[in-house]
Design a protein around this ligand. Structure first.
Ligand SMILES: [Zn+2]
Length: 327
């Protein structure tokens, strides 16, 4: 376990009892570094390091707002160890307000562990994960539905038979939500939390909100998640809120459109539906319903749904339906 020593993230040098800021360089523009703001708050007493990051997908800014909110409240005198806030895991996607990295149109959270001599996204991933692995005892990656979709409030971790996975599952259950995705999905094999967990560092995602909006309730959920994880690790005082029962999901079916038009959802994020349940309607420009996408597994949890009246192409992701294994 990393003690609250004078560790470094880019130019931010952690110091006991202090809040420090700096930058971590993740790549280069033609004329300047591509860097993220890093803020580290360290307790007066030694303890573990929690790495929190936002905006690995550019439009998912709720986590960034929540980190700013949390940082206002942290008191080093009441902390053990450190909380490191990495504001922009993907700076160019933030600037471009784009889910995929604009430089190479890649989803950064599918290319981990990346490569030092790889493509732009692979290099960004490489610096991010190697830096996290060198300092963090746990990693919390904040996501939302961005501008296209809405998601419920849930914790997500990689479920395997390892100590890191079990610890990630414990931390996920301290995030202030009853909804837990214990993923076994191959398509998340290149996600940062998956690769870190397989390397022995407990890592998880918290999802909340989207639809192009960041209401206060969603900011509060992200703050609750960071606080609960930090309490579980002993960094912040107090005990995290825990529930008597959790709703748990394992594998996820991604539902894609076949037709194009305007999408009208008929389910809400977090609904549990049976196999074959109609998720919404795709309406063409004559006002005719041309498709009714359905849940392909059941009972399934609506982990993501396109926002109301979002225009869709054929082959756009309409929903994520997660198989319910406990409720
Ligand atoms: Zn995301």
């Amino acid at each position: 376990m990393a003690a609250a020593r004078n560790f470094r993230i880019g130019s931010a040098l952690a110091r006991p009892g202090k809040r420090v800021e700096g930058e971590l360089v993740l790549g280069h523009y033609p004329d300047a570094p591509i860097a993220t703001k890093v803020t580290i708050v360290s307790g007066t007493r030694p303890g573990p390091v929690l790495w929190v990051q936002g905006c690995i997908h550019g439009p998912e800014v709720g986590g960034v707002v929540a980190m700013l909110r949390l940082l206002e409240r942290l008191d080093p005198r009441r902390m053990r160890g450190s909380i490191a806030c990495i504001m922009l895991a993907n700076p160019t996607a933030f600037r471009g307000y784009s889910r995929n990295t604009p430089v190479d149109t890649t989803n950064l959270n599918r290319v981990f562990p990346g490569a030092a001599d790889g493509t732009h996204s692979q290099q960004n991933a490489h610096v991010l994960i190697e830096t996290a692995a060198s300092v963090a005892d746990a990693v919390l990656d904040l996501h939302s539905g961005g501008d296209r979709s809405r998601v419920p409030y849930y914790g997500l971790y990689w479920a395997e038979n390892s100590d890191a996975s079990r610890e990630a599952g414990r931390l996920a259950r301290a995030c202030g939500t009853r909804d837990i995705w214990a993923s076994i999905d191959d398509w998340l094999g290149g996600a940062m939390f998956t690769v870190l967990t397989k390397r022995g560092i407990p890592s998880l995602i918290v999802e909340c909100g989207g639809g192009g909006q960041v209401p206060e309730a969603h900011v509060a959920n992200f703050v609750a998640a960071m606080t609960g994880v930090a309490q579980s690790m002993g960094i912040l005082p107090g005990r995290p809120k825990r529930f008597a029962r959790y709703r748990v999901f394992d594998e996820s079916a991604l539902i894609y459109s076949r037709k194009g038009g305007l999408f009208r959802p008929l389910v809400e994020p977090g609904d549990i539906v049976e196999k074959g349940h109609v998720l919404g309607e795709i309406v063409d420009l004559s006002g005719k319903v041309v498709e009714r996408p359905r849940a392909s597994i059941g009972p399934s949890y609506i982990a993501s749904i396109r926002r109301p009246w979002m225009p869709v192409y054929s082959g756009d992701q309409i929903a994520e339906c997660n198989r319910v294994i406990a409720s």
